[in-house]
Design a protein around this ligand. Structure first.
Ligand code: LLP
Length: 415
């Protein structure tokens, strides 16, 4: 579904005009479509219905409690990477027993917390972590369920910063060494081998890298099964399914399933997926107001009240977000840099972009901002972070209030 559409010259989220939301809650404002987000989850879930599977939403993409809560109600599991994310899942009504815990640097405190809550699987990224898990679990008189995160050495053909499956990346354990790590795991009393896992990158818009990497991963399964015939239960293909920001044509859930299902369906293991961006990316926008239009002899700058601290993706990855006016105009286009008020030249949303001719006080929308938008927002330049609103049909919920100036200094003191 396309949750953000124009009706009678005005941009809506589902059945609510964004103009109304901006007037009520102020700007910059994140607005999410509940039905897009739950629909994306349900679409992927349905595409795998013929086999035992669990879609574990990657909380890092958007960790608002309301969004986690909606997905928990829809039956999702979760991919978490910190105690903080696990805490959020629990507070939002999700089940620790449906959570997989990824990340290269899990601390003792995080491992204890997750073990006590009864986490589903730790995705182990090094021998050192494996030994730490064994040690903490034995101390707590528990067994830590693990999967080794296997680095299959496949190029996901995406941005360097978000490509994780290549041999030189810090993530996972190279496929050549993975079996040795499983052997060690099988000898540790505090560890139980539950699965095999990979995650090769993010914003992957082709199915081929998944097919190549899955084949390699599955090549390992029989040997791992011999080490742990009774406990091996899962194969996790990771997240990374891309979305359309501009002109990409990522696979639909059906196309993705058609590519990987033939490989995994007869392996006799539950298939796990860890999508983040796919679920929330196109389900959210950032609404912002134009403060000034600044014309210099060489350029026009549209200065918005949102900045890189609110949405860092363009500054960090040169990523493209479509920018459209809330009120459709027929006045033609201008070529401008869309920038925020932060004191950095890197604080731009777009450079030399042809956009609708907007004036001061008018509203713009940065699209496809549901994933890694608010989740990566900061208080840089002492800017309070935006509010977040969830729309469901014509229902509107403020799911995070705008930060105040007082919030900015809470926790600090004058020495
Ligand atoms: N599983 C693991 C182990 C991950 O590291 C990630 C993302 C995911 C799942 C979810 O990936 P997704 O389905 O969302 O692509 N901030 C960057 C993206 C960083 C992704 C990090 N890992 C961005 O804004 O593009």
């Amino acid at each position: 579904m396309n949750a953000f559409e124009y009706h009678q010259g005005e941009l809506f989220c589902e059945r609510v005009p964004l103009r109304k939301l901006a007037a009520k809650f102020g700007t910059p404002l994140y607005v999410y479509s509940r039905n897009h987000i739950v629909g994306q989850f349900a679409g992927l879930d349905r595409a795998f219905r013929q086999i035992d599977h669990l879609v574990c939403y990657a909380v890092k993409a958007n960790s608002n409690l309301a969004i986690i809560g909606e997905l928990a109600k829809a039956g999702a599991g979760f991919d978490i990477v910190s105690a903080g994310e696990l805490y959020r899942v629990v507070r939002a009504g999700g089940e620790p027993g449906k959570c997989v815990f990824s990340g290269v640097g899990k601390t003792v405190e995080e491992i204890e917390y997750a073990l006590k809550l009864g986490i589903y699987i730790f995705n182990v990224e090094s021998e050192a972590e494996l030994r730490q898990l064994d040690c903490v679990a034995r101390r707590l008189k528990k067994r830590a369920p693990i999967a080794v995160r296997v680095n299959p050495g496949v190029d996901p053909e995406t941005h360097h910063y978000i490509s994780t499956g290549k041999e030189e990346s810090k993530f996972g354990i190279s496929i050549k060494r993975a079996l040795g790590v499983y052997r060690e795991a099988s000898r540790l009393a505090g560890v139980e081998i539950r699965g095999v896992q990979m995650h090769i990158g993010s914003q992957i818009v082709k199915t081929q890298p998944y097919v190549l990497a899955s084949r390699k991963l599955l090549g390992l399964v029989e040997e791992v099964r011999q080490l742990a015939p009774a406990t091996l239960k899962t194969v996790d293909l990771g997240g990374g399914i891309g979305i359309r920001y501009k002109d990409q044509t990522p696979p639909t859930p059906q196309q993705f399933a058609a590519a990987v299902l033939p490989l995994v369906k007869n392996v006799g293991l539950r298939v796990l997926l860890e999508p983040g961006r796919f679920i929330v990316g196109n389900g959210g926008v950032l609404v912002t107001r134009v403060i000034y239009v600044k014309k210099t002899p060489v350029k026009t700058f549209v200065i918005t009240d949102a900045a890189m601290n609110d949405l860092i993706r363009p500054a960090l990855y040169s990523s493209y977000h479509e920018i459209v006016p809330v009120k459709a105009t027929k006045t033609g286009k201008i070529k401008a840099d869309i920038v925020g008020p932060v004191c950095e030249s890197g604080d731009f949303f777009a450079e030399a972009r042809a956009i609708a001719a907007v004036g001061e006080g008018e509203l713009l929308v940065l699209k496809s901002a549901g994933a890694y938008g608010m989740a990566m927002a900061s208080n840089y330049n002492s800017r309070p972070r935006p509010a977040e609103v969830l729309v469901n049909g014509s229902r509107v919920d403020l799911i995070r209030r705008r930060e105040t100036l007082k919030d900015l200094i809470s926790g600090e003191k004058i020495s």
